[in-house]
Design a protein around this ligand. Structure first.
Ligand SMILES: Cc1ncc(COP(=O)(O)O)c(C=O)c1O
Length: 409
C-alpha cells in the first residue's frame, strides 16, 4: 500500500479528525447520557409532511426531482427563500444573490476554497464552531482568535487585531462569525456590536461570514438584525456572506443550505460547486420549497422553539440545583447549546474521563479554541436529550465536578 503519510496531498494531511465526531464514538455507549452531540430532537422531525410532499412531488414534478439540477439551485427553492428573507428578515434578495448548497458545511468549504491561500490569517471568535475551524485549517490558514464576550465578539480586540495585521501587511481575508446562539457558547452578537462589525469590515476591507444555523430558533427576547440586512440598509459594503441551513429548522438529513451574498461572490461559488458535486439534490430542494410555500415552516418552528425552551429551562434549573459554587454557565435565548465554565484551575479535558465513569458526556471547550485554550470550559447540548435525562445527566456531571474539587484540595 502507498505511504498514506507521504503520498497524500497537503490539504488532507493538514485536516485533523473532528474531536466531536471522535467523542461521539465513545459517548454512544448504552447508559451514557450525552450532552456531546449537536443533534436536533428526532421526535419532532416532520415525518408526515415529508412523506406527503414526496408523493405530491413525484406526481407533479418527478422529472425535475430525479434529474440533475442547475448548480446554483432550483428556481422553485430560490423563489420561496426570497419570500422567506423578505418576510422574516426584511431582506430584499434576487436569485443571483443566492446559491443552494449541500448544507452549511459545504458552504464553509466553499468559503475556504474561495478565500484561503496557505498561511493567510483568518479571524475567528474564541471559541468558535469546530467544523469551521477544521475546514479552514485544511486550506492552511493561520487563526487569529478574538475573545468572545457575553454580547458577542470583542469589537475592541477585533480592531486591535485588524490594525496589527494591517501593519504587518498581512492579507487577512475574512472574519468568521456565528452571531446567533453561537455554537458552542449560545452567545448572541448584540445590535450595537453588529453595527461596529460592519464599520470595521468597511474600514479594513475584510469580508464577514455570517454563519447562522440557529437564528430561527429564538425562544426568548428580541432578535437583533442580521448583519446582511444591517449592511444593506446602512453602509452597503456588500462584504457580508450569510450562510443558511435547513438542518436545525427542518432536518439535517436533507443536507440543504443556501448562501446569500453579492452576485460576484455567488458566481465564483457556483464555479467551485461545479467541481464539488455538480448540484445539490433536486428532490430535497423541492421538498424544502414545499416546506416554505405551504406555511408548514412557521408551524414547525413554533413546535421546535417550545420544545427546546423547555429543555433549556430544565438544564438551567438542574445546573442551579446541582452545581457547586464557582461553576458558571450561559443562559441562551435560543439555539441548541449552553456553555459551562469551571473554576480556572480545573480542566474539563482531564475531567472528561471522570464524567464518563459517571455515565455522562460533554464536549471539551478547548476543542473550540483555535489556540487550544479554554481548558476549563465545556459545551452542553440540550436539544437532543429528554428533560428527564437532562436533569439526571446534570446531576451526574455535578458529581464529577464535586469529586474533582475535593481531590484538588
Ligand atoms: C455554526 C455551524 N455552522 C455550520 C454547521 C453545519 O451544519 P449543516 O452542514 O448541517 O448545515 C453547524 C452544525 O452544527 C454549525 O453549528
Amino acid at each position: 500500500m502507498i505511504d498514506i503519510t507521504k503520498n497524500i496531498a497537503t490539504a488532507p494531511r493538514r485536516t485533523k479528525a473532528s474531536v466531536i465526531r471522535e467523542l461521539l464514538k465513545i459517548t454512544n455507549k448504552p447508559g451514557v447520557i450525552s450532552f456531546a452531540g449537536g443533534l436536533p430532537d428526532p421526535q419532532h422531525f416532520p415525518y408526515d409532511f415529508v412523506a406527503n410532499s414526496v408523493k405530491e412531488i413525484m406526481a407533479k414534478q418527478g422529472r425535475v426531482a430525479l434529474q440533475y439540477g442547475p448548480t446554483d439551485g432550483l428556481p422553485e427553492l430560490k423563489e420561496e427563500f426570497i419570500k422567506f428573507l423578505q418576510k422574516h428578515e426584511g431582506i430584499t434578495a434576487k436569485p443571483e444573490n443566492l446559491i443552494v448548497t449541500t448544507a452549511s458545511q459545504q458552504a464553509l468549504d466553499m468559503v475556504g476554497r474561495l478565500f484561503i491561500d496557505a498561511s493567510d490569517p483568518v479571524i475567528v471568535e474564541k471559541p468558535s464552531y469546530m467544523g469551521g475551524l477544521q475546514v479552514f485549517k485544511s486550506y492552511g490558514c493561520e487563526f487569529v482568535g478574538v475573545k468572545l464576550e457575553d454580547d458577542g465578539i470583542s469589537t475592541e480586540e477585533l480592531e486591535e487585531k485588524l490594525l496589527w495585521l494591517r501593519a504587518q501587511d498581512e492579507h487577512y481575508k475574512f472574519l468568521y462569525l456565528v452571531p446567533d446562539f453561537q455554537n458552542p457558547s449560545g452567545v448572541t452578537l448584540s445590535q450595537e456590536k453588529r453595527k461596529k462589525v460592519i464599520e470595521l469590515s468597511e474600514k479594513y476591507n475584510v469580508a464577514v461570514i455570517e454563519d447562522s444555523p440557529y437564528r430561527q430558533i429564538r425562544f426568548e427576547g428580541k432578535a437583533p438584525e442580521m448583519l446582511y440586512r444591517l449592511d444593506q440598509n446602512s453602509r452597503k459594503t456588500d462584504n457580508i456572506i450569510s450562510l443558511f441551513t435547513f438542518s436545525k429548522t427542518f432536518a439535517p438529513g436533507l443536507r440543504l443550505g443556501i448562501i446569500l451574498a453579492h452576485p460576484q461572490i455567488i458566481k465564483k461559488m457556483e464555479i467551485l460547486k461545479q467541481s464539488l458535486d455538480l448540484c445539490t439534490s433536486s428532490l430535497n430542494q423541492l421538498i424544502a420549497a414545499d416546506f416554505l410555500r405551504s406555511g408548514f415552516f412557521e408551524k414547525h418552528i413554533e413546535v421546535i422553539k417550545k420544545t427546546y425552551k423547555l429543555k433549556k429551562d430544565t438544564m438551567v434549573a438542574a445546573l442551579e440545583k446541582y452545581m457547586p459554587e464557582g461553576v458558571t454557565w450561559t443562559k441562551p435565548e435560543g439555539g441548541l447549546f449552553l456553555w459551562v465554565r469551571l473554576p480556572e484551575s480545573m480542566s474539563a479535558d482531564e475531567m472528561f474521563a471522570d464524567a464518563l465513569k459517571e455515565n455522562v458526556a460533554y464536549v471539551i471547550g478547548s476543542a473550540f479554541h483555535s489556540d487550544g485554550s479554554g481548558k476549563n470550559t465545556m459545551r452542553l447540548n440540550f436539544s437532543y436529550p429528554t428533560p428527564e435525562d437532562i436533569d439526571e445527566g446534570i446531576k451526574r456531571l455535578a458529581t464529577a465536578v464535586k469529586k474533582r474539587m475535593v481531590a484538588a484540595k
